[in-house]
Design a binder for this molecule. Structure first.
Ligand SMILES: [Zn+2]
Length: 257
């Protein structure tokens, strides 16, 4: 990949706490560094993986963590989970509440419980003045209503896959969106990217899922995030450096690191 300027890339969303990274985590972090991915946000999906993400942030300078309950796991929240999350959010390199949200596609947890856990964590984020990292699958309307009601006004809808109208509604609430490797192979989403201002975009790998072209079939890793920047540059007909500059600054502004 073409070497960029000083600012470097940020993989704003990945799950490298999984066992499939256990044996070569040092190399994963080193490979990212070599491709000028200077920061990596490891996103928790429950208490255990939030703690694992924090451990990684303590071991590696470039890694930061988030703490939260994913909608898939919302059925398993322990009774005092909000207290636990609140205390984990005090750890220095924890930058956001997440991954929280709604998923009506898989619906691993029933909708009512998903909404309850989502709402509680939104309120916590609002209370602590922290940004949120939000997951959304086939749940645009309920997601929007809950964010709006919570008055949360900073955060990201990660792996954005809705349409331009919905993106604009989120921008009005103060949120931004991020794109994954899906934009390297989905024509539909490429058309969305074209319409969204760069000032509202961050980039992410969502490792280990959603490996970008040309690495399809391989395990996804943070170093591959440059492929998403490259694709955005191509779609918008602007320079790779501009995409890196702006998306990295967007991330710095949101996560305050
Ligand atoms: Zn995720």
């Amino acid at each position: 990949m073409k070497k960029t300027n000083k600012i470097g890339l940020i993989d704003t969303h990945c799950h490298i706490f999984y066992d499939k990274y256990k044996n070569d985590i040092n190399e994963v972090v080193a490979r990212a560094k070599a491709e000028e991915v200077n920061k990596i946000i490891c996103v928790g999906i429950d208490i255990e993986t939030s703690k694992k993400s924090i451990k990684l942030s303590e071991k590696f300078e470039s890694i930061f963590a988030t703490v939260g309950f994913h909608p898939h796991e919302a059925k398993n929240v322990p009774s005092k989970y909000l207290d636990t999350i609140r205390s984990l959010l005090e750890v220095p390199k924890v930058v956001a509440v997440g991954e929280i949200g709604l998923d009506y596609y898989y619906e691993h947890t029933d909708k009512k419980q998903q909404i309850k856990v989502f709402r509680e964590q939104l309120e916590l984020a609002k209370d602590l003045n922290l940004p949120v990292v939000i997951h959304n699958r086939d749940s645009d309307n309920d997601l929007y209503d809950n964010i709006k009601n919570s008055k949360v006004n900073k955060g990201v809808i990660h792996c954005f896959s809705s349409d331009v109208n919905f993106a604009n509604k989120l921008f009005e609430l103060g949120l931004i969106i991020s794109f994954t490797g899906i934009i390297t192979f989905s024509k539909e989403l490429q058309d969305v990217v074209k319409e969204i201002p760069l000032s509202k975009i961050m980039i992410e790998t969502d490792s280990p899922y959603l490996t970008p072209v040309p690495f399809r079939g391989k395990r996804n890793e943070p170093y591959m995030v440059g492929e998403i920047a490259k694709k955005i540059a191509e779609i918008k007909n602007i320079s790779f450096d501009e995409v890196v500059d702006v998306t990295t600054n967007n991330a710095k502004q949101l996560f305050k690191f």
